[in-house]
Every structure is written in C-alpha cells, then in structure tokens.
Design a protein around this ligand. Sequence first.
Ligand code: C2E
Ligand code: MG
Ligand code: MG
Ligand code: MG
Length: 292
Amino acid sequence: EAKKIGFNKYVFFNEQINAILQRNLKLEILLRKAIYDKEFSLHYQPQFSIPDNSLIGIEALLRWNSPAEGSIPPSEFISIAEETDLIIPLGEWVMNRAIRQIAEWNNRYQTTLKMGINVSIKQLNHKEFGEMIKSAIKFYAVPPEWIDMEITESIAIEDAYDIHEITKTIRDIGISVSIDDFGTGYSSLNHLKMFPFDRIKFSKLSIDHIVNDEFDKEIVRSIIVLANFMKIKTIAEGVETAAQYDVLKELGCDQIQGYYLAKPMPAKEFEKVFFSLPQQLILENSSVNSSI
Ligand code: C2E
Ligand code: MG
Ligand code: MG
Ligand code: MG
C-alpha cells in the first residue's frame, strides 16, 4: 500500500514538473520571438516623498502581452529570460525605452523626476553593461541623475565583489543605485556595509505587517535609523493601506510606492494623471529638489 502511494506521488510529481518544464519551454520559444515582435511595453508606477506626497520618481515595470498566451507577468518570464540570456537584449530594450520616456517627460514638463529601472544580476555581469548605459544616456541626452537602477538584494555572497565593482561603475557615471526587495533576502545588513548604494527599497513582505506586528515594525525602524546614519534614502514598496502609510510616516521613511497611492499604468495614463495639472501645481507638487 505504502509503495503504491509512493509511486502515485512520484508519478504526480513528475507530471507536475513536466507541466512546468513544458510551460517554460513554450515561454522560452515565445520569448525568443517576442523580443523582435514588439510585444513588450512598460508600465509606470509613481514614487512619492513622505510626508508631502510630492512625486519624486517613477518605476518602469515590464509588461509582456503575447498574442499566443495573453498577458504574462514578470514573475513568470523574467527568470526564463535570465536563464536563457534573453534578458540581455530585453534589458537593453527596457533601458532605452525607459530613458527615452523620462527624457520626454522631464523635458516637456520641466521636471527632474527619476526613472527607476530594474536590472538583474545577469545584466550587471554582462561585460558591455556600462557601455550600454553610457550610450543610452548619451543618445537621449539625459543627465545621469534622472536615472536610478534597482538591483535586487538577493545577491549571493560569491558574487558580491563583482557586484560591488559594477555598482561603483554605475555610480561613477552619476546614476543612483537602489537596493530592491530589501528585508526579505539574506545578509541584508552585510550588503549595506559592502555596497555603495543610494537608497533602500523595503520589500512588500517586510512592510506587509508593520501595522499589527511590533517586531516587523521595529525591524523597519532599525533599518531606517541605520540608513539615516549612512545618509541613504529609504522607500517602501507595496504600500496598500492608509494605516501602513501612517506607520511609515511615523518611522521616518523617506518615500513611498504602492497601490494605496497609485498602481503601475501605461505612459498615456500616467501623463493624464500626473502631468495634466496646471503648470503651477506641477511645480509645487513635483520635486524640483528631487534627491533620491
Ligand atoms: P519589483 O522591482 O520589486 O517591483 C515591484 C512589484 O510590486 C511590481 O510587480 C509592482 O507592480 C508590484 N506592486 C507595486 N505596488 C504594489 C502594491 O501595493 N501591492 C502589490 N501587491 N503589488 C505592488 P511586477 O510589475 O509584476 O514586477 C515583478 C518583478 O519583476 C519586479 O519586482 C522586478 O523584480 C521584475 N521586473 C519587472 N520589470 C523588470 C525589468 O524591466 N527588468 C528586470 N530585470 N526585472 C523586472
Ligand atoms: Mg523594482
Ligand atoms: Mg525585485
Ligand atoms: Mg521590489
């Protein structure tokens, strides 16, 4: 009997893995084709400073709309793109698209907003990464201060030295660097000491329970104290409620991003919501002294 259950489980497990592998293979094939088919777009989510709620930055988030599979979330395709190295051309497309967008907006609306661009470790390790960024900012004639690179925290310690060097290269260009998804990975505090970052981005998970869980709240408080000491900024992402907002404000978190204030949206909609105000209001609300 036990053997039979074991066998069934094994078969079931195998089928599940098989289904995942099939799906990933299918996505890989679609992904290879998609990059050249222009099925990608960027959505933009605003970032605000606390407590005045002025717009200070924007995060570019990749969207894939496949004619064959419909809309596929980044959580499904980014890892495949990384494993297959397709993240290199795709990341370059994101970089150019996002830089072009911030050039257009900051020039047209006389703002100095920062565009946050997600980059994966695979991209950072690519030998032409530095040159790629330099040529993109040159091509669109943007000051490097208009760009922020979001690097996810889950960096294996073995890669730490290389990442340190690349982060330095990016910052030498004048582009700021944020450490993304902070608080969920490992060696968080070690990373703070090791890397020359400009901003910590608290992950959604690390702030989800700050309203009811004293311990989670104290962890965030401690990291903010540490960040202040290191003269780096803090931003919380995934903020969904007024109660969370109030706690973050009380803790002295510098900035905020999340559904509570605004969801990611297409460029046209972003313009309508954030740039259709009278000029006077734009200047008052958006930071002329943006300082991520
Ligand atoms: P991330 O960089 O940490 O981005 C934040 C994610 O949280 C986004 O998911 C965003 O839509 C979502 N989010 C924002 N506010 C809220 C909220 O209040 N509640 C909830 N539940 N979610 C919120 P998205 O767009 O699905 O992206 C997922 C991840 O995929 C990103 O996490 C990032 O790691 C990766 N990614 C997205 N675009 C790119 C890209 O262009 N390049 C690379 N390398 N990675 C990307
Ligand atoms: Mg991010
Ligand atoms: Mg992330
Ligand atoms: Mg994040």
